[in-house]
Structures are given as C-alpha cells and as structure tokens.
Ligand binder design. Structure first.
Ligand SMILES: Nc1ncnc2c1ncn2[C@@H]1O[C@H](COP(=O)(O)OP(=O)(O)OP(=O)(O)O)[C@@H](O)[C@H]1O
Length: 231
C-alpha cells in the first residue's frame, strides 16, 4: 500500500531523513521508534509533504506522492494526527469534526457515526469548544477528526504523550480496534515501546535520520530498548 524508498528530507539544507526505506501493507500496523530528535516527526511530515524538500520515492496505492501537495495527499486518503493534537480550540467539537470531512472526495460533510461509538465523550460534548476539553478528550477529537475523512491510512505522532493513563488505555483500544476490526492501516510514532511491541506487525528504529533496526513488533525487546532507546 505504501512504499518508501531511499527517502531524504530536508529543512533548509539539513537532511533530517537520510535514505529511509520501508513498506507498509494494507491493514498493517507499523511502528516508528527512536530517541528524541532523530527524525520521527519529520518522517511523518515528509509523507504529508510538509518539509522543505524531499527526494526518493513515496508510492501510495500505485500513485507517486512525492510531487503531490499536502491536500492532494490527504485527498488520496492519508490522515495525519500531529504531536500536540492541534484541534482548533475556538471551534466546537462538531465544527472540528466537520473540518475533518473536508478532504473527502465524495463531498460529504456527514460525521461517520462510528466515531461517536468509539468516543462517546465527543457526542456528549458536541457543542463544547475544543479548547475547553481535557488533553485526553482533545486527542480523542483529533483522532475522530482524522476518521471523519474516512482515511485509508492514518499517521499518528505520539498520541498518548502527556495523557492520563485511563485515557491512554482507551486510545490504545481504539487504535487496535481500527486496525484489527476495521482494517485501517496505521503508522504510529511512539515513545511507548510496550504498545508498539504489542500491536505493531513491524517497527523501524531510527537514529540520526537513518534506520538502525527493523523487525516484527515482538523483536522490540527490553534489551533493544535498553541498547537503543534508553537515555
Ligand atoms: N521545522 C523545522 N525546521 C528546521 N529543523 C527542524 C524542524 N523540525 C525539526 N527539525 C530538526 O530535525 C531534527 C529531527 O526532529 P524531529 O522533530 O523529526 O525528531 P523526533 O524524532 O520526532 O523528536 P521528538 O521525539 O522530540 O518529537 C531535529 O534536529 C530538529 O531540530
């Protein structure tokens, strides 16, 4: 479904991503791990066309994405949930969810019902301003908003960072359900290696913009974490 080859990506003249290759199969759950500042966020931003320049290949369902604009990539079915959530605080929950439908190519502005089944709190707080929600609720809204475009693949950047433990569990459950039951392809950047080990079919470990290690989720053992990820 997604094939990335020899990818380089730049902010100004600095190459942050340096020669990364990977493939994600339809319905796959792909984890990206690495210490702070190694380029994980930049990798997701590169897939969305949000860095200054990129070279190499990004193929998505047979289309070459590298020359496409960010809205075109969203229109092709790629949803991106950045770190820090970035919901629009002055808009209500409903307005944020409707915004999520904008990339849809069928032109529908209907909010899919399953979003409220997954996150009942969004239904309850539908007319509240997003800025008045807790961090965990805003993250649920950010995921709900991404689902409103009916994506084919979802890119998530540390969705459980700074969120209270009971909501973390709920978000993890939803991600598993979206992937396992609804077949949504997921790329997840995470510091939470326990979750990546549990759910990922495959992971990439990045150091200084390059892949240091890759393997099935279960290969992300305590020893690997100790060797590559401890501070
Ligand atoms: N907009 C930007 N302009 C210039 N340099 C940037 C920009 N964003 C990130 N960088 C640089 O790119 C490198 C990789 O940053 P990136 O945010 O991708 O790392 P990360 O692995 O996601 O880290 P973290 O876990 O802290 O989010 C860092 O050296 C950072 O300073």
């Amino acid at each position: 479904m997604l094939e990335v080859k020899d990818l380089y990506s730049y902010y100004g003249k600095s190459p942050v991503i340096q020669g990364i290759d990977f493939q994600v199969a339809e319905g796959g759950f792909f984890g990206v791990v690495g210490r702070n500042g190694v380029g994980k966020t930049t990798l997701l931003r590169t897939l969305m066309g949000l860095t200054d320049r990129a070279t190499g290949t990004i193929r998505f369902n047979g289309q070459d994405l590298l020359q496409k604009t960010t809205p075109e990539r969203a229109g092709a079915g790629i949803a991106y949930i950045p770190q820090g959530r970035e919901v629009i605080p002055r808009f209500t929950v409903r307005e944020n969810l409707i915004m999520g439908t904008f990339p849809r190519e069928d032109g529908s502005r209907d909010i899919p019902e399953h979003i409220f089944e997954m996150f009942p709190i969004l239904d309850e707080f539908i007319e509240r301003r997003a800025g008045d929600l807790s961090g965990g609720q805003q993250q649920q809204l950010a995921i709900g908003r991404a689902l409103a475009m009916k994506p084919r693949i979802m890119l998530l950047d540390e969705p459980t960072e700074g969120i209270q433990p009971n909501i973390v569990q709920q978000i993890e459950q939803v991600l598993k359900q979206l992937n396992r039951e609804m077949g949504l392809t997921i790329i997840l950047v995470e510091q939470n290696t326990r979750f990546v080990r549990e759910v990922a079919d495959e992971f990439l470990l990045i150091e200084k913009g390059r892949v240091s290690l890759r393997g099935p989720g279960e290969a992300l053992t305590g020893e690997v974490v100790e060797k590559y990820l401890s501070i």
